[in-house]
Design a protein around this ligand. Sequence first.
Ligand code: ACO
Length: 325
Amino acid sequence: MDIKIKGTGSAVPKLRVTNDDLSRLMDTSDEWIRTRTGIEARHLAVEETTTGLAVEAAGQALENAGLKPEELDIIIAASVTADKLLPNLSCEVQSALGASNAVAFDINAACSGFLFALNTARMYLAGGNYRNALVIGAETLSKIMDWTDRRTCVLFGDGAGAAVVTAEESSAEKGGIISMLQGSDGARGMVLNCNNRPVNNPFVKNDASLSYVFMNGQEVYKFAVKTVPEAIREVVEQSGFSMDEIDWFILHQANLRIIESVAKRLHQPMEKFPTNLQECGNISAASVPILLDSVNKRGMIKKGDKIVLAGFGAGLTWGATVLVW
Ligand code: ACO
């Protein structure tokens, strides 16, 4: 069975906030943000919701794949900022699309979420009982930032990306997802977290402090520049291709310096690493599928191209895959 990405889609909120806009809200500057991260602007949700962005991206992915919503067997959404705790984001998307034949559930693996969801879909499809999956990464991270903490809030943005993944009879050519890996290190979870949630139990004393993202930037940086190249080396080795045969490396868009460091460690040119963090910032689980959709829609990837997708983030978690387009 070949498990292939057949269509992609993406959506970002209307409001575009530049580094200069942020410098009018807090003690920061375009120069600081741009030189430390590569980020120039991000889109922030005002009227948009995580569900609305996910539905928009999903609709585009279905259209791109030439599939009707009722043909979907599974919907898996990855998010840390779903609009509701119940029902899950995937069921909300199912309802909005009218994908009445799908089973729908969510995954929380932060910035690795899309990779984790894609691997889960792959295993469902490889089992033989399901044919068409919709995999989504969707976030409105602006809701959980501390907008007085300039060390974190300037890095993130909002948006959603989606991919339709289908199972087909194996062809003679090597096609679709070739290899995948996932990893987790819960012992280092404290370097990137978002803790408190109000507890309604009347017998529990509530911690009144609000819940914001906390990040130890330098520890996350060290984790990313070590783990991501190792994971990519391993997943490429599993695929049977050489590193030089890979045409595109589509990485989680956290920081341009991280991507440059990964490229250097893998001895690969930056031309193989498309980026959109300049315009989008870091959109956690949505960043890989939004970038994949962008390179797909711009016609940059050709049939037969070998692509690495890789994500890393809170948990700590990481995931990578090699696929042939
Ligand atoms: N504007 C101006 N100054 C700032 C800002 C800002 N937005 N943020 C921090 N500073 C100041 C600090 O206060 C500090 O000043 P001080 O020396 O007077 O105390 C100085 O800049 C340096 O701060 P550091 O935090 O040490 O800056 P660093 O060089 O480590 O860069 C950064 C911070 C960009 C976050 C870096 O650590 C990094 O890229 N980390 C990777 C983490 C990452 O990308 N996370 C994304 C989310 S995680 C994920 O997606 C998985």
